[in-house]
Design a protein around this ligand. Structure first.
Ligand code: PAF
Length: 284
């Protein structure tokens, strides 16, 4: 596995593969890799000839109050895991070369990127869209894999690619869950035993909400019940429980299920003296 930090080195490797007619599949990450990321890598391997993974903790998607420095950095272990999966290249750009002192360009996505997460993290998807645009320009992948766990992010990237005519096919990867239904996430590492048990209740509550909708309940009734169930279980607060159309992320017309939909949740799960903000979603 090549481990490359320079843009020049990256372009050289990509160019050689392109010249040989090989299809390049890209998996962007912020590192601190876990089994969920590895499922993205395995999916990438199925789709192309060469798999490129980036590790970059992107400062532009952190809000001023969020601690960029505290984000886990486990490069050595990440590289070991990626090598074991047969990844061809791991790209670890230097933050100074990604955003040099003259950087003055932003990327803003509307539509699907508005509401839900941006009600709580207003600049998050602008930061994601910017870094993904830059990484796509550097890697020039034929395909890129994003997890459905960050469902609104996936929808935002699909919009970005279509609107800016980027020649990269976006592939969504199903959510990897533990045996109790908790979506795998770097944040799960922070949980103590009690926190983990509470976090694992989220999946059942989303399933109940989906079942209530399928049984003919109004969206508001089903989502209110889900919010109440989360709070009753011990969650400290619920940012949102929403049911949206799976592609446009618009609210359901008439307030009742009329085809496929997605339950989207963000809630704060107490853990010791603090709490962990969980986001998850479930197909209806
Ligand atoms: O989902 C993530 O890990 C990040 O938002 C991404 C897509 C790698 C951009 O920094």
């Amino acid at each position: 596995m090549k481990r490359i930090r320079s843009e020049k080195g990256l372009r050289k490797a990509i160019w050689a593969w392109r010249k040989a007619g090989e299809k390049i599949v890209f998996v962007p990450t912020m590192g601190a890799l876990h089994e969920g990321h590895l499922t993205l890598v395995r999916l990438a391997k199925k789709h192309g000839d060469r798999v490129v993974v980036s590790i970059f903790v992107n400062p532009t998607q952190f809000a001023p109050g969020e601690d960029l420095d505290a984000y886990p950095r486990t490069e050595k272990e990440d590289a070991r895991l990626l090598k074991a999966e047969g990844v061809d290249l791991v790209y670890i750009p230097d933050p100074q070369t990604m955003y040099n002192v003259h950087h003055a360009t932003s990327v803003t996505v509307g539509g699907v990127a508005k509401g839900l997460e941006t009600d709580y993290r207003p600049t998050f998807f602008d930061g994601v869209a910017l870094v993904v645009t830059k990484l796509f320009n550097r890697v020039q992948p034929d395909m890129a894999i994003f997890g459905e766990k960050d469902y609104q992010q996936l929808a935002t990237i699909r919009r970005l690619v279509e609107d800016l005519d980027m020649p990269t096919k976006i592939i969504g990867a199903p959510i990897a869950r533990d045996e109790f239904g908790l979506a795998l996430s770097s944040r799960n590492a922070y949980f103590d035993e009690t926190g983990l048990a509470l976090a694992r209740k989220l999946n059942g509550i989303m399933k109940r909400c989906a079942a209530d909708m399928r049984d003919g309940q109004h969206v508001d009734t089903a989502t209110d019940a889900a919010k109440a169930a989360l709070l009753a279980a011990g969650y400290s607060s619920v940012d949102y429980v929403e049911v949206r159309s799976p592609n446009s992320l618009t609210v359901l017309e008439g307030g009742y299920l009329n085809g496929p939909a997605r339950v989207l949740v963000a809630a704060h799960c107490p853990n010791g003296k603090s709490s962990v903000r969980l986001i998850d979603n479930f197909a209806v």
